[in-house]
Design a protein around this ligand. Structure first.
Ligand SMILES: NC(=O)c1ccc[n+]([C@@H]2O[C@H](COP(=O)([O-])OP(=O)(O)OC[C@H]3O[C@@H](n4cnc5c(N)ncnc54)[C@H](O)[C@@H]3O)[C@@H](O)[C@H]2O)c1
Ligand SMILES: [Zn+2]
Length: 373
């Protein structure tokens, strides 16, 4: 367990340090500009073993070099494993390849897998961490806005099957999460917008104050200190929900606001053409319409949401080639696979989520039709 070093690491310009607690599992979570450089010392201070398999997205190879340098300078032994970018890497085959990389690197139970990338690498490497030798330590270093506010916290990990997305997985909490907002500098604008769709979701779920911050957000990514604060607010919302319902039997479902119809749209287009966040943008607007019709939500909230989504280049109109019956079919397939009532998450006001079991089909169809130009 050779450690040490870590001296001479420059302090990030601004950094938020949280302690997350889920059940009896506690871990630090840092958000900061330049926080990547502190992963080495932070992990060296917590690690039980000195081995690290650093799993990284091929589009962030330069960040992987820097992260590897930080870990090595802190006395850790690093083996790099590159993952080809894209959802196509979230497979059992890729998970097996990484498990074998870990075995060849001599990774033991006390060692760690570090995930550097977006939700794809986070879910895949997290699943490997949960499975390899029945579980090793996990460090999440998300590099997309979506992964920062959503996938890197909460512990859901997994891979896709040809039969369905996220069909195989595990709940496996990280032991350290570090979010460096400067990594977003290279993220394509479209990906920033997609992450922002989830941020808008948190605004609606959390309440008028966070919604107000979201509504007044300037061009993405936005000023550093404010961005760190925005991410912190979203992460704290998610952590509070997950702490109450880690295994997703109750309140955690509220995080699916916008996702019933959002998933339906993604499935209807065969997961091509719309990115997840874009489908969620449309899903949020549909959910808000259903909420206006069935739960007394003030329609002004839907209009305000539509304008903030549009301002950040997220779709508010459905492309004509996407047929409503295809969306509805996909939603009912989801429901069948789940074997339960279709529970649609709505809000009756910002900060007040509710679930509606089996919403009237005609109301959902009308809410989708409203998205037509
Ligand atoms: N575990 C969860 O709770 C949870 C929640 C939401 C989504 N997800 C999963 O997350 C995945 C989507 O995550 P995502 O949107 O981050 O997608 P992603 O991981 O595919 O990243 C998006 C794109 O950005 C590139 N990229 C990543 N970081 C970059 C950077 N800093 N600079 C330049 N390019 C960069 C990637 O190579 C990729 O092309 C899906 O598989 C979804 O199922 C999981
Ligand atoms: Zn989502």
């Amino acid at each position: 367990m050779g450690r040490g070093g870590g001296g001479g690491v420059s302090q990030p310009a601004s950094e938020v340090a949280l302690r997350a607690r889920i059940g009896d599992h506690e871990f630090p979570l840092h958000i900061g500009a330049g926080a990547l450089e502190s992963v080495g010392p932070l992990w060296a201070g917590r690690a039980a073993g000195d081995g690290v398999l650093l799993v990284f997205d091929g589009n962030v190879a330069a960040l992987a070099e820097r992260l590897s340098g930080s870990l090595q300078a802190a006395g850790l032994r690093v083996v790099l494993a590159e993952v080809p970018p894209g959802e196509g890497s979230k497979t059992m085959a890729e998970a097996e390849r990484l498990c074998r990389d870990a075995a060849r690197a001599g990774l033991r139970r006390a060692d760690a897998i570090v995930a550097l990338g977006g939700g794809v690498v986070g879910d895949l490497a997290g699943f490997v961490a949960a499975s390899y030798q029945r579980g090793v330590r996990l460090v999440q270093v998300p590099t997309t806005l979506l992964a920062m506010v959503d996938s890197a916290v909460g512990g859901k990990t997994g891979v896709d099957l040809p039969e369905g997305k996220n069909y195989v997985g595990a709940i496996w909490q990280p032991d350290l999460v570090v979010m460096d907002t400067t990594t977003l500098e290279t993220l394509p604008a479209r990906e920033l917008s997609c992450g922002f769709a989830e941020v808008v979701k948190y605004g609606l779920l959390d309440g008028e104050e966070l919604f107000g911050l979201v509504e007044s957000w300037p061009a993405l990514p936005g000023p550093e200190a404010e961005l760190i604060e925005l991410i912190r607010r979203c992460v704290e919302h998610k952590l509070a929900v997950v702490a109450e319902d880690e295994r997703d039997g109750g309140i955690r479902a509220t995080l699916n606001l916008g996702h019933t119809v959002g998933h339906g749209i993604e499935a209807a287009v065969g997961y091509e053409g719309y990115r997840h966040g874009e489908a969620i943008s449309l899903g949020l607007l549909t959910a808000l319409r259903v909420a206006v019709e069935t739960a007394g939500l003030d329609p002004g909230w839907r209009e305000r949401t539509a304008s903030v989504l549009a301002r950040h280049e997220l779709p508010t109109r459905l492309r004509p080639e996407v047929a409503t019956p295809d969306i509805v079919d996909a939603i009912s397939r989801d429901k069948k696979a789940d074997g339960r009532a279709l529970n649609m998450v709505l809000i009756d006001a910002p900060g007040s989520p509710i679930t509606l079991a089996d919403p009237p089909l005609e109301v959902v169809v009308a809410a989708i039709e409203e998205l037509r130009p």
